[in-house]
Design a protein around this ligand. Structure first.
Ligand code: BDR
Ligand code: CA
Length: 326
């Protein structure tokens, strides 16, 4: 549904997150952005133990001074159908580097994430976008309750899939789609999604070691936080990808949603997900050549301005202002 408000007004968003380190940085980017108005966070099973995710999300909000304004709604504690495995090996125990275990004392909102998403989009049809940076379980559950969800939301952005690259959990699959492929399949079938995949994350979201070292000098609460939580991901990226740096797929997704200036190429295709157990579980199948003749409704961001993204990230860390370079 088209938005009725002025395009200059901040875009109202719900951030759906499985909060480990890169999600926490994406939350910071969203709440520190003047272009986005974060209505609430919804937490979904994914990166680390659910209760850690909830606390990590609250900690990120608190760091940005937004804990009083942005409610945290707890959602699905497991995927729709599959058994669940966490990814502590990427983000460190607890999800924030392995040494930081927040205990904020901030209460969660009473309403379940799925009820909250449905109420929010129904109250203001076409006004609220979903920024999904975890497995798509909460969104799929909302769809199961409201098959016309696509008519109620503004935009749906999702970090997931491996369209132009091998996966990061298996050669076939990226983590978010692999964790809950049944949810990803349903969401791609029923909603107009803009996808930020693992391939784009590798080409446009890596913050390199030098940049991290520059952040070390910044006198902001964000600089310390980003350095601390990124150490294990940096180590993992060094081992797995041979790069000194850390991928920031979730921050890139938020940045792309808020800044059209970042988008260099976007294609619209038919897309599906393999939900079966086995070698190709979670594989994103994207018909880039149109051989299937199936309706093309999934927008895939295929190229983004990596240098501008790094500047936005630097603005966030050094000045609490991701829009500094825009
Ligand atoms: C995605 O999986 C998670 O580990 C990250 O938070 C990101 O959302 C990358 O595959
Ligand atoms: Ca995530």
């Amino acid at each position: 549904m088209e938005r009725t408000m002025s395009d200059d007004a901040p875009r109202r968003v719900v951030v759906d997150t499985d909060t480990a380190g890169d999600d926490a940085q994406a939350i910071l980017m969203a709440v520190l952005s003047d272009r986005l108005d974060v209505d609430g966070l919804t937490i979904v099973a994914g990166n680390v133990e659910f209760d850690y995710e909830v606390e990590n999300a609250k900690y990120a909000l608190d760091l940005a001074g937004a804990a009083g304004d942005v409610p945290v709604h707890e959602g699905a504690r497991s995927p729709l159908l599959k058994d669940h495995e966490h990814a502590d090996y990427v983000h460190g125990e607890g999800g924030l580097g392995g040494d930081l275990f927040p205990d904020t004392g901030i209460p969660s909102a009473d309403e379940h994430a799925v009820d909250y998403i449905l109420r929010t989009v129904r109250e203001d049809p076409g006004e609220v976008s979903l920024l999904c940076i975890g497995p798509l379980t909460n969104v799929a559950m909302a769809l199961q309750r409201e098959p016309d969800l696509n008519d109620y939301v503004d935009e749906v952005w999702a970090m997931g899939g491996a369209v132009h690259a091998p996966g990061n959990v298996t050669p076939a699959a990226e983590f978010n789609f692999w964790v809950d492929p049944d949810a990803a399949k349903l969401v791609l079938r029923e909603l107009d999604v803009t996808l930020v995949d693992w391939g784009l994350s590798l080409s446009a979201s890596v913050i390199d070691g030098e940049a991290f070292d520059r952040f070390a000098d910044a006198d902001t609460p964000y600089a310390d936080f980003v350095r601390t939580i990124s150490e294990p991901v940096r180590e993992f990226t060094r081992e797995e990808q041979g790069i000194d740096g850390a991928t920031q797929p979730d921050s890139l997704t938020v940045a792309l949603a808020m800044a059209p200036e970042l988008r260099e190429s976007v294609g619209t295709y038919h897309a599906d997900v393999d939900e079966r157990e086995g070698l190709t579980r979670g594989h994103s199948v994207v018909d880039t050549t149109g051989v299937t003749d199936r309706p093309a409704r999934t927008r895939v961001v295929e190229a983004a301005d990596a240098a501008l993204f790094e500047e936005m990230f630097a603005g966030m860390v050094e000045a609490g202002d991701p829009e500094r370079p825009l």
